[in-house]
Write a protein that binds this ligand. Structure first.
Ligand code: FE2
Length: 334
């Protein structure tokens, strides 16, 4: 079985071809929109995708050595994400599926982050910690779907560290040689600042109060930027590990899988390793290359779905900007 996957939910247009035997990923082409300054501008990103998408799809097919008629299906991320961006990928995928008369497979972007992590980890039924610019979710499979066992009450972890880095004058760029600039700054810190708030409410975390307090403290110039970074990442990461540990206790899962763009953090991984060791559970972190948005995760999830007959007609393949993780049936997990 061979599936083409298209991803366009935010800054990356990805096109990839996968198959159901090793090597699973036959091609993985990415075109990333980088804003000149500030955060992502949805309309500009969608124009980028319109411009670079067709070439990316062509390259993905050529690199995989397949033509459209060899495909068993075309998978596309229909949400969650930015509407204008999602619509570009959806339009390409609908057109290709209709023209070449191939099944069209709707893929949830969040589920795809998890499935590509499961592929590389070999884990069957992990507690999932999904951390990215827009998501902070602790989830696990139960009765046909991924269920949410903890999340952020306000901003996502990735949004928190990016905003703090930007406001402290450390970014952009946010990543230098694979490391987030906030962590690089934190490594130079030496003192934990007790007045910054650690917020865990039940099973959920919260970062907006920490962000406000950290920025207010920075403006007062009473403490060093390095100590603010050190304390902020310590608090943010520890709160995630705490709710993940409760999720483990609650669900009884024996594996922990870290996925999403923030999962590549070595500091975070260190904290999870300590917690998982103490509980006697296995830990796996998605490879950094596949932690960020890519077409391979959409193609792979599409392949799993297609095996179970999950398809949509091009006329009904609408994007859903707020398509929730726990709103997706997972027939391949049973
Ligand atoms: Fe993503």
């Amino acid at each position: 079985m061979i599936v083409l996957g298209i991803e366009s939910s935010a800054h990356t247009f990805g096109a990839s071809v996968v198959q159901d035997s090793e090597p699973y990923i036959l091609s993985d082409v990415r075109r990333k929109y980088v804003p000149e300054k500030g955060g992502i501008h949805p309309k500009e990103a969608s124009l980028h995708h319109i411009t670079h998408g067709p070439q990316a799809v062509r390259e993905a097919l050529r690199a995989a050595g397949v033509s459209p008629k060899d495909l068993d299906g075309i998978a596309v991320a229909l949400g969650p994400g930015l509407g204008p961006c999602l619509r570009v990928g959806a339009t390409f995928a609908r057109a290709l599926a209709a023209y070449f008369r191939k099944p069209l497979i709707p893929v949830n972007h969040a589920v795809a982050h998890i499935e590509i992590g499961r592929l590389f980890s070999g884990f069957h039924d992990p507690l999932v910690v999904y951390l990215s610019g827009g998501n902070t979710i602790i989830a696990a499979y139960a009765e046909g779907r991924y269920r949410i066992f903890g999340e952020t009450l306000d901003i996502a972890l990735g949004n928190f560290i990016d905003t703090l880095a930007r406001e402290l004058g450390l970014a952009p760029p946010y990543i230098i040689e694979g490391r987030h600039v906030l962590e690089l700054c934190a490594e130079k810190g030496s003192k934990f600042i007790e007045e910054l708030p650690y917020i865990v409410k039940g099973q959920d975390v919260s970062f907006s109060g920490l962000l406000t307090a950290a920025l207010r403290l920075a403006a007062s110039k009473r403490v060093s930027k390095e100590d603010i970074c050190l304390t902020s990442v310590e608090i943010a990461y520890s709160s995630i590990v705490e709710v993940a540990e409760r999720g483990l206790a609650h669900t009884g899962k024996k594996e922990v899988l870290l996925v999403g763009g923030v999962a590549a953090s070595p500091m975070l991984k260190g904290k999870f390793e300590a917690m998982c060791r103490s509980r006697g559970v296995k830990l796996s972190v998605v490879p950094p290359k596949y932690a960020v948005d890519n077409g391979a995760m959409i193609a792979w999830t599409g392949l799993l779905a297609l095996r179970h007959g999950v398809t949509v007609s091009p006329e009904e393949a609408y994007v859903n900007q707020r398509w929730k993780l726990d709103g997706v049936d997972l027939p391949w997990m049973g």
